[in-house]
Design a protein around this ligand. Structure first.
Ligand SMILES: [Zn+2]
Length: 307
């Protein structure tokens, strides 16, 4: 246990120590992959259109459509640095979202030192400047109400841009997927998950099934908050928070509310079956075309950029 903690510290040192040039990098590999995938897409593929836009549209904020089929006008950017957060993977330009989501992330980050003793959060992908589908990763994150947050505490020092683009995210789950990694898991994690689950505007959060199972085991009698903690594939090195459509956002489509109950019983057991572990591969679905998004999204894509 101590050995692994030391190894982890050493790993952090390696990545957090400015090294001449860690070229080679995730950022470069991702950019190359993105370019290759983009070139293979039809010109009216929504991810090609939205993935090629570097700035938000002018005008008021509008979240249009659903989490996995929509776009956002008037998005705002989470600043790369705040007192208690640092935005990771800046090369991706995906720190854009609705003002309510950005504010919720900032509040969560600022609450952390008190909530679980962390200095702050490392923020993963939020959304593109005008939302929409992405060329790499994520089916959702399209209307400015979804965000991924890393499971590594923010270090006290500021990471360089290169580190933010390349530092690997560390998994909190054992290789067999059955359990949290006890050498890393500690009481700060359930406190973090519970704080997120209790955000009033939260629709649901997605977490690794082994993490949900651990939270189920550790929770006491007050466990209603577990309802919004939804098991999903992946999410071993980050969690995903999703807010409901804010009042007044009439073009925004909510998904069904979570079922009642803490979700700790049979429903959770399914995630550890062969069927869940190795789902039958389905043929890749063709990319969403602009004509399949809400009509207003074409106008959002074509709108002038915000100054
Ligand atoms: Zn996500």
């Amino acid at each position: 246990m101590v050995g692994k903690a030391i190894a982890r510290f050493a790993l952090l040192l390696i990545f957090f120590t400015p090294v001449a040039c860690r070229a080679g990098d995730l950022a470069a590999a991702e950019a190359a992959k993105r370019a290759q995938l983009t070139a293979a897409l039809p010109t009216d593929a929504a991810k090609r259109v939205f993935g090629g836009i570097a700035e938000p549209s002018a005008g008021p904020w509008r979240s249009i459509g659903s989490y996995a089929k929509g776009c956002i006008a008037g998005a705002v950017q989470l600043p790369a640095d705040g007192p208690s957060w640092q935005v990771m993977r800046p090369a991706r330009n995906r720190a854009w979202g609705s003002p309510v989501l950005i504010a919720a992330i900032e509040r969560l980050a600022e609450s952390l030192p008190k909530v679980n003793g962390w200095a702050g959060l490392l923020i993963g992908d939020i959304g593109q400047p005008r939302g929409g589908p992405m060329v790499t990763g994520h089916a959702s994150h399209q209307i400015g109400l979804d965000a991924d947050i890393w499971l590594m505490p923010m270090p006290e020092r500021r990471l360089s841009v290169e580190e933010r683009d390349n530092l690997p995210a560390e998994s909190l789950v054992t290789a067999d997927g059955n359990s949290v990694d006890r050498t890393l898991w500690n009481s700060s994690y359930p406190k973090l998950y519970e704080a997120v689950a209790r955000i009033p505007e939260l629709a649901r959060m997605f977490v690794n099934p082994a993490i949900k199972r651990e939270l189920c085991t550790e929770a006491g009698g007050d466990r209603d908050w577990l309802a919004k903690v939804r098991p999903w594939w992946g999410h071993d090195d980050h969690f995903h928070m999703r807010l409901t459509c804010p009042p007044g956002q009439t073009e925004c489509e909510n998904q069904d509310p979570v079922p009642p109950g803490d979700g700790c019983g049979k429903e959770l057991d399914w995630w550890f079956t062969e069927e869940a572990r190795h789902p039958k591969p389905s043929p890749p679905s063709p990319p969403l075309l602009m004509s399949q998004l809400p009509r207003e999204c074409a106008a959002v894509a074509a709108a002038p950029p915000a100054k």
